[in-house]
Design a protein around this ligand. Structure first.
Ligand code: ADP
Ligand code: MG
Length: 453
């Protein structure tokens, strides 16, 4: 057995033991590059794949190899040749930047036909338990658009990778099927296209443009909430494409059933496909993401620095990137290796942000926004059901999260009696127990409250 066959045999067995998503992320473009006596060298495409293999998969790789070839006693991992030039970052290096020619970030141009940004790929999308399902679904869609999960509906909080995943899927479809017409569009932009087309009496153009699409990707669909005309047009576009087995991919910050003012027929269309949510990344994945991003930027930070960021920023990958960017800029300016002390002081504004503290005002604001209402609607005495329920949610959260007194809660909500507050708290507590939907809404609202979105 030559080394290539040997590695194929290993991969075949590994594939049976780990999830498809993990397999695709960590074993793509790996190979054995040499076998010398008992020592085998395995190459990985980048530094985080290498580390991941070393730390998480070494045991199983070794076991399989050893079974296939008893001579093998030791495994080593290295970073293989990259398309971007061979770049190796030794672990504890003091030199933090490579020569400028390699420092430049490749420039990414948004494709004017598809609206896709080539910087979003599956290769640079880190997979962990929190996004394994949507990743696997998106990957499957990219191999067989229109026929596996249609529509694919991905939801999750802000900054957790929805846009990245959707765009990566689009880019992959373009790569796999050159003839397919892919179009990415944020729902807000879709809405303004509808409005402009109606105004200029160009609806026919609009419709015929969307009829020609093979894969339609709509980002942040929650923006269609309450916009009936746009929803109607979207419904027509959706049906037209769906009937012809064209792929539709949608993202939202919440599941279809909790998008306010979404017409029933759209909701049931969304629920007819695959719904996959992106949760919150665990610590290990957060570190892996930081490593991946550092690698992309050709910077190397000490382990304790990355661990510090990952321990303190937990709910938003965009914020993780923001923190890393700040360190990179500092590094660039001072050209000094970074230590933990400096890191802490550089990041103190990001990590200890006073706006993160939850206040009654913030609860009002977040709940109003969640239900697409104005804050003042929550303070009235209107008995309209669309106000009553969100208002009770506000009272519930004031009690539950801030331990406010009932008289205080009553006053905060436009001078209501404390018994109203007690009633609201009890009612929502009960509702959470018996209604999955209520529980889900509260958890999404809390995410926004603490995640500062
Ligand atoms: P969302 O659309 O959910 O608000 P984005 O897709 O814009 O979030 O992600 C925010 C940032 O975090 C982007 O720069 C994206 O590349 C990065 N990011 C998110 N998820 C991942 C991931 N799993 N691996 C690598 N980078 C990620
Ligand atoms: Mg987004």
């Amino acid at each position: 057995m030559n080394t290539e066959e040997l590695w194929q045999a290993v991969l075949a067995q590994i594939q049976l033991n780990i999830s498809r998503a993990n397999f695709a992320t960590w074993f793509k473009n790996t190979k054995i590059i040499s076998k010398n006596e008992g020592e085998l060298i395995i190459s990985a495409p980048n530094s985080f794949a290498k580390e991941w293999l070393e730390q998480k998969y070494n045991k199983i790789i070794f076991k399989i190899l050893h079974n296939l070839d008893g001579e093998i006693k030791e495994l080593k991992y290295i970073i293989g040749k990259q398309e971007l030039g061979e770049i190796k970052i030794p672990k504890k290096t003091k030199i933090t930047f490579l020569p400028t020619s390699q420092l430049e970030f490749p420039e990414f141009k948004i494709d004017s036909e598809t609206n896709l940004n080539p910087k979003y790929t599956f290769e640079n999308f880190v997979v962990g338990p929190f996004n394994e399902l949507p990743h696997a679904a998106a990957l499957a869609v990219s191999k067989n658009p229109g026929f596996v999960y249609n529509p694919l509906f991905v939801y999750g909080g802000v900054g957790l990778g929805k846009t990245h995943l959707l765009q990566a899927t689009g880019n992959e479809i373009v790569k796999n099927f050159a003839e397919k017409k892919v179009k990415y569009i944020p729902a807000e932009k879709f809405t303004s296209e509808v409005i402009v087309s109606i105004k200029n009496q160009k609806m026919e153009n609009f419709k015929s443009k969307y009829r020609q699409i093979d894969t339609l990707i709509i980002d942040d669909i929650q923006f269609l909430a309450g916009k009936e005309k746009t929803q109607e047009e979207f419904f027509n576009v959706f049906n037209g494409l769906y009937e012809k087995n064209k792929q539709i991919i949608i993202s939202s910050d919440r599941p279809p059933k909790t998008i306010p003012a979404l017409t029933e027929r759209l909701r049931s269309r969304f629920e007819g496909g695959m719904i996959a949510d992106i949760g919150l990344p665990d610590f290990e994945t957060r570190v892996a993401i930081l490593k991946a991003k550092s690698w992309e930027r050709r910077v190397d930070f000490p382990e304790d620095v990355l661990n510090y960021i990952a321990s303190n920023i937990q709910k938003n990958i965009r914020e993780l990137e923001g923190a890393l960017n700040r360190l990179i800029i500092h590094q660039k300016m001072t050209n000094q290796p970074l230590d933990l002390q400096t890191t802490k002081s550089l990041l103190k504004n990001i990590i200890f942000n006073p706006t993160k503290i939850v206040t009654p005002k913030k609860i009002l604001q977040v709940v109003a926004e969640f239900y697409d209402l104005k804050e003042k609607d929550l303070l009235t005495s209107s008995r309209k059901q669309e106000y009553v329920y969100p208002r009770q949610i506000v009272m519930y959260l004031l009690r539950k999260e801030l331990k406010s007194s009932y008289p205080f809660i009553g006053r905060k909500l436009g001078g209501k009696d404390h018994t109203t507050a007690i009633h609201a708290y009890k009612k929502i507590t009960k509702e959470i127990e018996k209604e999955k939907r209520c529980e889900e809404e509260i958890s999404l609202i809390k995410q926004r409250l603490y995640n500062n979105i």
